[in-house]
Unconditional design. Sequence first.
Length: 383
Amino acid sequence: MSGSRRAVVALLCLTAVCTLGGCTSILSDDITQEELIEKAESAEPPEEMSATVEVNATVDDEQIGYSYDVWYRQGGLSRVEGTYRGSRTVQVNDGDKIWAYNADEETVSIREDQTDISPLRDAVNITEELLRSKNATDITKTEYEGREVYHVVFDESATQKEKNQNSVLTPLVPSVGGILPGGQTDQAENETADGVERVELWIDAEYMYVLRQTVEGEDPSEQRYTDVEFEPGIDDDRFELDVPENATVNEIETPEYREFDSLGEFLAQSPVEIERPTFETLDAEFERGFFLSENNSEGIRVGIRYDVGQPSWLTVNKYNDTTETTVEGEPIQVDGVDGVYEEVSQNSHKISWTANGFRYQILASVQTDRETLIRLAESMETT
């Protein structure tokens, strides 16, 4: 199951809206999308939050449904408890380490937290990103779970689709750290969902937190928060895991992941030389650099994300793992060496090639055409 398809979300019908919170009414004063973006930019996240998250989705023709309870505190502290396919799992982030308990296997895994993920802080950033991703077709005000919310609709069927236009980004919040399906996102990729026709968001008016989400399209899905409490006064021991006496404890080596906002610092800190493309027809701006290294192996991945004025970043990756994998794509030549061109989705594509003991990849929106990708690859002079 691909990373983008793991991001499962929200609810379907008007009846449920009325049952769960109150029927939608159009605002007496118009609310513009720009005003909502400004609210998200200035919103202060709560110090704490607790809720139950309910998920129903169709993924690759498989029906998936589960729920989990969450407790969040600023600083990255979290607790997630849920049952998926009969297996109960508890994950606790104490701000220093992540503890994951599997009741069926009677195991506890412990790893350092190097992600800098804070669901309460990141949720507002995700809301802003979603609001910027596409023009909303409808914005109204309603209630959900007794709270005032903005109901925002992105409807592809209501607007003319342009060729090579990105679909609406599927909401990816909150992260639950990967212990349950749909919770983990790859920090080093920038993927959008394929085949999305309509997305609805119910955004808390005070904290700009997405409390309910629906996605209609190739893989319809629904996610909603219930029993939502902001600033509930969570006991400190909620963010501790009492390890059962009969549990087997495994300490896991955590890959080192680092991000850099400064290109100069990134180039200085990178464990390998970084070849960069020469942009001639694109107005590219350095967005972020990153590297990921395995502590118990020599595996290294580095990459740069560029803002090229398109709905998604252009990302250049370099790996020292050249293990051959079966790839379905079009054979191409990159400066005299064999490469592969692949359509990742209807909105993105990539090319990859191997040279001098490294594997390279350029991932971009289809607004950057195939020939431009090849020219960018060749400008890196990796051969």
